[in-house]
Design a protein around this ligand. Structure first.
Ligand SMILES: [Zn+2]
Length: 237
């Protein structure tokens, strides 16, 4: 009789677990925000794998659904994100969604055209050297309005100065056939690729702090491209 009760209790627990899964709730382990111990245990390569896996879930529509208010409470006293992303302000490329991450998982610096300047680099020095993130991703995207504006040398208020940060990439790209303006999709994408690569390279040339972390194997810096037509992130060499 005792055995049978135990069996029924176990079966009931299984049914409850499968019910909560079918409702889209993820396990407690999958929803535990990063803390200092988990962050310390993650290598730069593992941090990159976590983002690759997250984007794969995003593309497949198998995102992890967590109680975000529980995560807010869990991270109220401290944060220990494993990565930092420099992305564009574009409404179609929110890093947390694209990489299927949540409260306390990643730092995000966003500016039109995902370039880096003193303020962004300073923010990344904080995110890594002081707050412990193991990976920086410069995330460009297809059909970027800021890149198109820079290609066309658009002038508008303060935006002119913002787009000037992207012009070096425009000037580097030569020999693309077709019109030399933003109607040329190949040209726009070549500039977007160049701009993301340049930003990642500039982090090393302009920051001694980041250079030292990379040299010590404590940090990895990569660039990537998000395709807004399918949600997929392609990693650049
Ligand atoms: Zn953009």
């Amino acid at each position: 009789m005792k055995e049978r009760r135990r069996f029924l209790a176990a079966a009931g627990a299984l049914a409850a677990a499968s019910l909560s899964r079918s409702a889209g709730a993820a396990s407690a382990a999958a929803c535990r925000p990063f803390d200092a111990a988990r962050q310390a245990a993650v290598s730069p390569d593992q941090a990159l794998d976590l983002l690759k896996q997250g984007n794969a879930r995003f593309v497949k529509g198998t995102m992890i659904h967590c109680d975000l208010m529980a995560q807010v409470k869990a991270t109220a006293a401290a944060q220990a994100p494993f990565a930092a992303v420099v992305g564009c302000i574009d409404s179609r490329v929110p890093p947390e969604l694209v990489f299927d991450q949540r409260i306390g998982d990643i730092f995000a610096a966003r500016v039109a055209g995902n370039f880096v300047n003193t303020d962004i680099i300073g923010s990344l020095e904080f995110a890594t050297k002081l707050a412990g993130a193991k990976l920086i991703v410069v995330l460009g995207h297809t059909e970027c309005g800021a890149i198109k504006g820079a290609v066309d040398n658009a002038q508008l208020g303060n935006l002119t100065a913002t787009l000037a940060n992207i012009r070096p990439a425009v000037i580097k790209i030569k020999g693309i056939e077709g019109s030399q303006d933003s109607k040329n999709k190949k040209l726009v994408q070549a500039v977007a690729d160049q701009n993301a690569r340049d930003a990642a390279a500039m982090l090393l040339t302009r920051s001694e702090v980041l250079r030292e972390l990379v040299g010590a194997g404590k940090l990895k810096i990569v660039s990537a491209m998000h395709d807004i037509s399918n949600g997929r992130v392609t990693w650049m060499a």
